[in-house]
Design a protein around this ligand. Structure first.
Ligand SMILES: [Fe+2]
Ligand SMILES: [Fe+2]
Length: 238
């Protein structure tokens, strides 16, 4: 098992670990800036691998912010390992995530982010967007790096298999095939509207947690994804 590092746009690194037995990949995104931010902690079991990969880009002592999309082992599992290894780092997640889990479980107090709050990293700007229950978990949220228009969209568009770092392949087919396998998305009346709200950000890159970084028509891909979930909800209700 290895963690592959790619700079997917200026100063943003995708760290990707493929688990052969599951044919599934787990990514973290490292945003380099005056105050570097890591999005997704990874599971505790792979912390030695992931943290060693980060040190190829920067010393862990520079890491200032740790963030993740919701409370789950692949998103937040190694949170305290990072806080220990990076003494200057602080967790920055949504207010709901802080209230539900992080205030109690993190070694140091987190910085709660309101929906729409911006963290100025110095050279990069990260906007937190709350997406409750989308794709799953009450505390769900994503981050949007404004200078590169990169939407770190977490579990949205999750796909199985190995992916290249960057792709222009339409992400919908693979995402809906994975949805058929996992059923990971909470199908509610808010699912499609929440995804359409992300399309309004007009991202240029969609940085998937389980898949490639998509650099095609991101706005259209988000609307297509919303359409798929709206259709599925309608089928359930009919
Ligand atoms: Fe998840
Ligand atoms: Fe995930």
């Amino acid at each position: 098992m290895e963690t592959v590092i790619d700079e997917v746009t200026a100063g943003i690194y995708r760290l990707s670990t493929h688990i052969e037995e599951a044919d599934f990949s787990f990514n973290q995104y490292l945003i380099d800036a005056e105050q570097p931010l890591l999005f997704h902690c990874g599971m505790r079991g792979v912390f030695p691998l992931i943290s060693a990969a980060v040190t190829k880009v920067m010393p862990l002592s520079r890491l200032r912010w740790i963030s993740f999309g919701h409370w789950e082992a692949d998103e937040s599992g190694a949170m305290n390992d990072w806080l220990t290894a990076a003494p200057q780092a602080q967790v920055a997640v949504g207010t709901v995530g802080c209230m539900l889990s992080v205030n109690d479980l993190a070694l140091r107090p987190p910085k709660p982010l309101e929906d729409g709050a911006v963290l100025d990293l110095g050279g990069k700007r990260v906007r937190y967007v709350a997406t409750p229950h989308v794709p799953h978990c009450w505390d769900a949220g994503v981050i949007f790096e404004e200078t590169t228009r990169t939407l770190c969209c977490g579990d949205l568009f999750t796909r199985v298999g190995k992916s290249p770092a960057l792709s222009t392949e339409d992400p919908i087919g693979a995402a809906m095939a994975a949805e058929d396998v996992f059923g990971a998305t909470a199908l509610t009346p808010n699912t499609a509207p929440t995804i359409r709200r992300l399309a309004q950000l007009k991202p240029q890159l969609l940085a998937l947690m389980h898949g490639p970084v998509y650099h095609g028509d991101c706005e259209r891909a988000l609307h297509d994804l919303a359409d798929c979930y709206a259709e599925r909800l309608q089928q359930v209700n009919s």
